[in-house]
Design a protein around this ligand. Structure first.
Ligand code: ADP
Ligand code: MG
Length: 395
């Protein structure tokens, strides 16, 4: 029995017609268009984006769609197929903290647009998504980028995709109160089908790195553990603050400036021993991203496996953001013949990426499912990540 769980394959959220029908059922009139932005999985480069470092995400086929129409009364009305409650926001009183629940994300985008000087008004938005929510696959960035692109088109703002990403990040940081780096939004906005996005988060210079794993007889599995531990958000902010403090103490503007050759000396100089493992993770992780890109460029995708597993060890032992569930997936997948595996996303649950030979995928997924059953844990959801297109208008 194949153990790849088809329920978490992208089921599609319906085409533009289905989105328009659903929009009409909620709001009465027709939408002016439908936009979509994908979730992402990060191949390597974790907790590096807020250190001005390197990341290598790819967009998933799973995406969030938004059917939208402008309103002239300064109100934002939002429905989501994934949320029990619709919401209505009066944009006149839009300040951080004024919106509760999931509507904070679309409202945040309107807030960020206005902060950037765009005089945008209200809208009706119908949202539907097959991006797993809270699984470390960036459903929040997908929602922000889809809403942001809809607004850009409806108001003729002509935002370039990297601008859209920066705006979405500003929305999440400044309005939704999540201190994320720029990777998730850049991935959702700027990834291309068939490629991973090699991004330098310092200046947003980016290159599409072709990633045709199937042609090499390989595939990338995503294992969603379906757990998100309570401490995730606080721990993220704490790690970020620790990295910024380490950089300051070392006289750097960001840890990205530290090269592996200078690491040992820098660690010896750091007066707070607790900051040393954080620093080591960031420096070694940036080096791993560059090595992975070199191997992919050289046509050696199998060669990246050990780097993925090393990256996981660094996140587990130095950065301390893994958890029992992600550690188990990595260990079991590697024992079952994977070429390499690592947790992906912020940590404390979420998902694991596994690089495997095509013929081994079912066996690996089964071994992981059996290991979860033996622990008495809810079964993980496993699917294949095919590098997909970034944000775009659908119709
Ligand atoms: P991740 O981005 O890893 O999926 P986050 O905690 O950053 O996890 O974002 C998840 C939140 O984003 C949800 O709790 C919800 O508020 C919002 N969200 C994402 N997708 C949707 C959707 N389709 N409908 C409504 N809210 C959504
Ligand atoms: Mg998120």
């Amino acid at each position: 029995m194949p153990s790849l769980d088809s329920t978490s394959a992208p089921h599609g959220t319906g085409g533009t017609d289905a989105m328009a029908r659903a929009f009409r059922a909620r709001f009465g009139g027709d939408p002016e268009g439908v936009w979509q932005a994908p979730g992402r999985v990060n191949l390597i480069g974790e907790h590096t984006d807020y250190n001005d470092g390197f990341v290598l995400p790819l967009a998933l086929p799973h995406a969030t769609r938004v059917a939208a129409a402008r309103r002239t009364d300064g109100r934002l009305r939002v429905h989501s197929a994934q949320a029990a409650q619709p919401a209505e926001v009066d944009l006149a009183g839009l300040v951080p903290g004024s919106v509760e629940g999931w509507a904070v994300y679309p409202a945040a985008v309107v807030w960020a647009l206005r902060e950037a000087g765009h005089e945008v008004g209200g809208a009706d938005l119908y949202v539907d998504s097959d991006v797993p929510v809270g699984a470390g696959l960036s459903s929040s960035a997908a929602l922000e980028c889809a809403v942001g692109l809809a607004y850009s088109d409806l108001h003729g703002l002509g935002l370039e995709l990297p601008q859209l990403a920066l705006l979405a990040q500003r929305a999440e940081n400044g309005f939704a109160g999540v201190p994320c780096g720029v990777m998730d939004q850049m991935a959702s906005a700027c990834c291309a089908a068939g490629a991973a996005l090699f991004l330098d988060t310092r200046d947003l210079s980016a290159r599409q790195v072709p990633l045709d794993l199937a042609a090499a007889g390989l595939l990338l599995l995503v294992v969603d553990t379906q757990v998100k531990h309570e401490l995730a958000d606080g721990a993220y902010a704490e790690r970020r603050a620790g990295c910024e403090r380490a950089a300051r103490l070392l006289g750097l503007s960001a840890l990205r400036e530290l090269e592996p050759s200078g690491l040992e000396a820098a660690l010896a100089r750091l007066p707070e021993p607790g900051l040393r493992p954080l620093t080591r993770h960031v420096v070694t992780e940036n080096a791993r991203v560059r090595q992975v890109v070199s191997l992919l460029d050289a046509g050696d995708p199998r060669g990246i496996g050990p780097l993925l597993t090393e990256g996981h060890a660094s996140l587990r032992d130095d950065f301390a953001v893994s958890c029992a569930e992600t550690d188990l997936v990595v260990a079991v997948a590697n024992r079952a013949g994977a070429l390499g595996a690592r947790m992906t996303g912020g940590g404390f649950g979420g998902s694991v990426v596994v690089l495997a030979e095509l013929g081994d995928a079912d066996r690996i997924a089964e071994a992981v499912a059996d290991a979860f059953a033996a622990e008495g844990w809810k079964p993980p959801r496993t699917f294949t990540a095919v590098p997909s297109e970034g944000a775009r208008r659908l119709g």
